[in-house]
Structure formats: structure tokens, C-alpha cells
Design a protein around this ligand. Structure first.
Ligand SMILES: NC(=O)c1ccc[n+]([C@@H]2O[C@H](COP(=O)([O-])OP(=O)(O)OC[C@H]3O[C@@H](n4cnc5c(N)ncnc54)[C@H](O)[C@@H]3O)[C@@H](O)[C@H]2O)c1
Length: 437
């Protein structure tokens, strides 16, 4: 047993959300509903998850929030930015994730939350056209305006601490380049309006510069560049990304490690889905879909390691499709066809038809990321928080480290990090000591 690293949360936590669409409004509505006692925060480990502490000779599985102090949901304030003016109640009504009767019960709280003017540029998300947008002489000027918003929000809402979770649209695909390498080159690029610095990077810069923990829920680069990693270490800021791991990829990272664990072969994995919300519309543009595709494709490569297992996965074919289909709204349907083979090469097939709800799966991830990042900050941690890979499709990792996609390894890492923060013994699952006299 070691020393507890974490300080107790004092006062209020402000959760800032760039992008107040389906995911962000469903998240806020769920927290308000939980505080009113009319819905449970299902899916959030910070609220409902338990963790084993100590040996299996005793049953000791307390709630995670009793092992490390997690911010009380009653002491949270919400803010954010969007290029549409709608308040959170109106935006949630438009998103149509939650039913009208439930939203009406939450109207007094939700309609008070109004987005601040966004840093937005159509060049990165061509399908959107809102007018609630900041003007500035260059990208650095826009970042400074965001920092002023953050300070004002903190003061107006009397928050002791803040975190930011990007819930904005997926921007067009941008490759990491020279401008992203150092803090100096990034700042210089911001002053010169460099085209490879999209709005999500400007928000990330503003947050990290101010020491506000930052998570990226979309697959665009945002904080996943060397310059912002350096800045996060310099300012003592925990960061993580990219892309919430919700429907199809969640299934993939549950199933693929299982098949591999039993040395079953895979010839092909075809994933397709229909989706009719605004996210689906944005992803209908090939430039934006490319960003998502890269994020979704990397998962199986890392889990299956075809180079190390050429006989089992050397020829596997992986295809991912997203089809915009308005009638389904946020209720996505995802199909997977997996061609596998077993003993003596005999083929078999697995079919998955997941009728999921995108934002219902994403909302608890926003909550956990916000509260765990805040816990990391109170524990003196900074830079990339790999232990939060559990929640992400394309986990950010230090250069030279392969990211961990297998959900069971990710869970182990998350649990051991919680034990580490709490000063409890880590659990290796070796268990030989139980059999030693
Ligand atoms: N729901 C899921 O299961 C899931 C899973 C993984 C990732 N994501 C990602 O989360 C993000 C949000 O998803 P959603 O379903 O809420 O989408 P959405 O379209 O309903 O909401 C996104 C919001 O961001 C706003 N926005 C775009 N650019 C902005 C900017 N620069 N500044 C401020 N606001 C901006 C849009 O106006 C919109 O209101 C998307 O990038 C999506 O790809 C969602």
C-alpha cells in the first residue's frame, strides 16, 4: 500500500463543451435528471462502477467513487460553445434523442444554458452553416477570446475547477505536419492562420494553456499533436483523445480480443451502419468521413497484430461504412459480418445487428472523462492519460508506444490507475500466492 495521491474536490466543477449538439445535450440532460432523481446515470463507472480492492479471500468491491473522491454531480456547472444559438433545451428538442415529456421536466435548468459564440470555420465542416460565430484577426486572437470566455464562465458560475470535453462535429481529415511539432511552431501558425490548425485545435490550445484538462470526443487531431502534448506537460494539464468508443467499435474491441485469445482466425470484418442525426450528415462528406474511417480502421490492426499472426490474420479484410439515413435519427443500426475460421481452417460466420442509440452510449463517456480528468488533475497527473483509452476509439499514446485497443487491457489499466491514485495495491491477477503455504 502506498500514499493517496489525490486531493479532495473542493467547491464546484465547471464542465465546458465545445459543440452542444446531440451528445452534449443528452449528457447535460442526464446529469440534471439524475440530480432530480428521475433517471439513473447508467453506463457511467464514476457513478455506478465498483472496483476490487485487496485479495480475493475477502469480498471488497467498493464503488469507485468511494475509493477515489469524485466530484459530486450536484456541484457541477455546464457551459459551452456552438455555432447555433439554441439553448440546451431547444438543442436537445431538435436532436430528438430524449422524449419531449422527459425534456419538459428538465426545461427550467436546460433552457438557462446558452452556448457562447463558437470558433468555427466552414472550411473544416462544410455541411454546417451557423452564424453564432466569433470574429478575430487571426487564430491566436480567437484562442484569446476563448480564454476570456473560460475565465468569465468560471467567475460567473463560481467554479473552483474546470474541464473541457470536445463534443463538436468531426472536422475534415488533417495529417500531423510541421506546424504541429512544437509549441512555438503552433503559436506561430496560429498567428499566421495556418490552414492545418482547425477550430478544435484552437479550443484545445486555449484549455491546455490555462491548465484546464481536455478530452477530445471526435476523431480529428485536436490535442493529439506533439505541440499540445508538450504544452500539457508544461502547464500540468491532463489530456486524452480521440473519438468516443460507443456502438460498433465498442463491440469490435469486446469481440476481437476474445476471438484472438482463442487463436481463431479472421478472414474479414465488414461493418456498415445507418445513422440519421447531424453527426451522420456531417460524416456524409467524404473529407469528414475520412477522419472517422482512419479512427475506426486502426482498432483491428492493433488488436489482431497480423504481422505477428500471419496464419490467423495475415489476409483479413476490414471495411467500415457509414450511411446517412435521416429516418433513423440518433438511433443507429450497425451491422457486422465477421468471417472467421477454426480448426483445420473450417469457415464460420458471426453476424451482429446492434440497434443502438448513439448519444445514449456517448453521454456516460462524457461524464466519466470529465470526472476522471478532474481526478487526474487533483492527483498531480499531466500529459496524455492513457488509462482513459477505455473510452476512446483511437487512443492517444506517447510517440513510439502502440496504443492499447483491447477493452479488457484498457479496463485493467483504468482500474490499476484508480488503485495507484488511491494508494492501494495493484492487482496483477497472478494469484499464485493463494496457493502458497
Ligand atoms: N454519439 C456517438 O456515439 C459518438 C461516438 C464517437 C464520436 N462522436 C463524435 O462526437 C461529436 C458530437 O456528436 P453529436 O452526435 O453530438 O453531433 P451533433 O452534430 O449533434 O453535434 C455537434 C455540435 O457541434 C457543433 N460544432 C461544430 N463545430 C463546432 C465548433 N468549431 N465550435 C463549436 N461548436 C461546433 C455543431 O453545430 C453541433 O451542434 C461528433 O464529432 C461525433 O463524431 C459521437
Amino acid at each position: 500500500m502506498g500514499k493517496t495521491l489525490i486531493k479532495k474536490p473542493v467547491g464546484k466543477l465547471g464542465i465546458l463543451l465545445p459543440g452542444m449538439g446531440a451528445v452534449a445535450t443528452t449528457f447535460i440532460a442526464g446529469v440534471v435528471a439524475a440530480n432530480k432523481g428521475i433517471a439513473s446515470p447508467t453506463g457511467a463507472l464514476t457513478q455506478m462502477g465498483r472496483i476490487r480492492i485487496g485479495k480475493r479471500t475477502k469480498v471488497n468491491k467498493p464503488l469507485i467513487k468511494d475509493v477515489i473522491p469524485i466530484q459530486d454531480l450536484k456541484k457541477v456547472a455546464f457551459g459551452g460553445w456552438d455555432l447555433y444559438k439554441d439553448n440546451v433545451y431547444e438543442a436537445a428538442m431538435n436532436a430528438k434523442v430524449l422524449d419531449e415529456a422527459t425534456l419538459k421536466k428538465l426545461k427550467p435548468q436546460l433552457s438557462k444554458i446558452k452556448p457562447m459564440k463558437a470558433v468555427f470555420d466552414k472550411a473544416y465542416v462544410s455541411k454546417l452553416d451557423g452564424k453564432h460565430v466569433k470574429k478575430g484577426k487571426d487564430k491566436m486572437d480567437l484562442a484569446k477570446q476563448l480564454m476570456r470566455d473560460i475565465k468569465k464562465f468560471q467567475k460567473d458560475n463560481k467554479c473552483n475547477r474546470l474541464v473541457m470535453v470536445w463534443c463538436g462535429s468531426t472536422e475534415k481529415y488533417i495529417k500531423e505536419g510541421k506546424v504541429h511539432q512544437t509549441i512555438e511552431s503552433l503559436e506561430e501558425g496560429m498567428r499566421n492562420n495556418h490552414k492545418d490548425i482547425p477550430p478544435s485545435m484552437i479550443y484545445a490550445y486555449a484549455a491546455i494553456k490555462m491548465g484546464v484538462p481536455y478530452a477530445n470526443g471526435a476523431p480529428n487531431l485536436s490535442c493529439d499533436i506533439p505541440a499540445l502534448v508538450q504544452l500539457s506537460i508544461q502547464t500540468g494539464t491532463p489530456i486524452c483523445g480521440k473519438d468516443f468508443k460507443t456502438g460498433q467499435t465498442l463491440m469490435k474491441t469486446i469481440l476481437a480480443p476474445g476471438l484472438k485469445a482463442r487463436a481463431l482466425g479472421i478472414d474479414g470484418w465488414f461493418s456498415t451502419n445507418i445513422l440519421g442525426n447531424r453527426d451522420g450528415e456531417v460524416l456524409d462528406d467524404p473529407k469528414n468521413f475520412k477522419t472517422k474511417e482512419v479512427s475506426k480502421l486502426g482498432v483491428l490492426e492493433e488488436i489482431l497484430e497480423p504481422k505477428l499472426y500471419p496464419d490467423l490474420y495475415g489476409n483479413f479484410y476490414h471495411k467500415v461504412r457509414i450511411n446517412y439515413y435521416p429516418p433513423r435519427g440518433d438511433n443507429k443500426e450497425g451491422w457486422d459480418n465477421i468471417d472467421i475460421f477454426g480448426w483445420m481452417g473450417y469457415p464460420m460466420q458471426i453476424k451482429i445487428d446492434f440497434l443502438c442509440r448513439d448519444s445514449i452510449l456517448a453521454a456516460p463517456i462524457v461524464l466519466d472523462l470529465a470526472l476522471f480528468l478532474d481526478a487526474a488533475k487533483r492527483s498531480g497527473m499531466s500529459g496524455i492519460q492513457e488509462w482513459l483509452s477505455f473510452y476512446l476509439k483511437s487512443p492517444q499514446a506517447k510517440k513510439g508506444l502502440t496504443p492499447q485497443h483491447d477493452i479488457f487491457k484498457q479496463l485493467s489499466k483504468l482500474e490499476n490507475t484508480i488503485r495507484h491514485i488511491a494508494g492501494k495495491d495493484l492487482i496483477t491477477h497472478l494469484g499464485l500466492d493463494y496457493y502458497e503455504e
